[in-house]
Design a binder for this molecule. Sequence first.
Ligand code: GLU
Length: 429
Amino acid sequence: MRSPLPDYLTEVLSVCSEGKGATSDHIPELKNADPDRFAISLVTAEGVTYSVGDDDTEFSIQSISKPFVYGLALEERGFERVLDAIGVEPSGEAFNEISLQRDTGRPLNPMINAGALTAHALVAENKTPEYRIRAIRDLLSSLAGRELEVDEDIAASELGASFRNVAIANLLRNYEIFPDDPDDIVAGYVGQCSVKVTTADLAMMAATLAGGGIQPRTGERIFSRSVVRQVLSVMATCGMYDAAGDWLSTVGIPAKSGISGGIIGILPGQLGIAVYSPRLDEHGTSVRGVEAFERLSHDMNLHLMEAPIVSRSVLRRRTVIGEGSEAFTFLELHGDIHFTNAEGVVRALVEEPVETQRAVFDLTLVRAVLPVGRRMLLEMIRRLHLDGIDVALVDPEEQLPDPDAGDGYRPRVFTTLDELRDEFAGSPE
Ligand code: GLU
């Protein structure tokens, strides 16, 4: 069978309108981009790439670098230092707005230029622009899974026209947001924005965020889960500048655009998407990029606010096996144990109390236990024990390691159903 996915993506390419918008005039060299280029790439959390159109065309990453450099600053300097320097409030303004918080001079968020210049400076204080560009290029290369280069023509072109960014950097320096020379910060930041990527690279970088910080091809952990959560939250609220609300309601996933014509989007846990088409709208965002994302979101049900199908109870089976003092209640769980799923189990045990002296939770088919699920399972075990019930677990995958239920009580753990059967006669196969 031939995969239908490339065919579907090719269809999206062909139906998205042509001709609207114009290449950026913000950076002279960007004006020369071929306006008809169009590519879509998609990388799953398992690292599989589906890519169509001009997916080998390289273009400068521009503002799509911002969320990744913000993540790097968080990793290098810690949350406290970074949050102290850069806010997380949407500005609802254009990317290059000279907007700093009154009194403190703190940039509103890391997606507008003021915040991005600050994140760039935080990556390595008082170091040369070359040092910071190198560190950022290395980061972007490990995210993409290949060695990326800086487009020196684009960098020179932007640097020669950076009057506004130089003004913002000087304001930031004036408020002592960073200690560096503002010209150095702009030079480094321009290098960061000029790293050359393809949509396949960008989708891989986005998939790393989708996978909680682990690069899906190399398996390298690049960001911690808490950094990814922070980066995605800021992308969701501020990633599309003054169109952020519009984007969140229509497309519904965290995203970042760049004025060279790229857009990335992330569906946490599932995939990273990148689109490239250099004709821009009045927000500096790719016209066909937005259109393609709207279609993908609609067709592939990507919108994060779409209520997921309510999962059935995780209590797959409940049976009483055996008789008298040998009897036990066998509780087979499956799927993911998060809050509402665990609540379903709690309710089942409250509404219909366990009437045997022994109970077994079978976790063989459980896929994942979230921290809240763990706490609730252990509390159920503790309360069952208070009611005089002895609890055992079957836990081949160690979904509930070190099950200390509190009050000095630990349930017995069997690693296979076979092992359980030796002591709990009549246990299911
Ligand atoms: N290098 C550009 C700037 O700072 C990036 C803007 C963008 O892509 O939105 O002005």
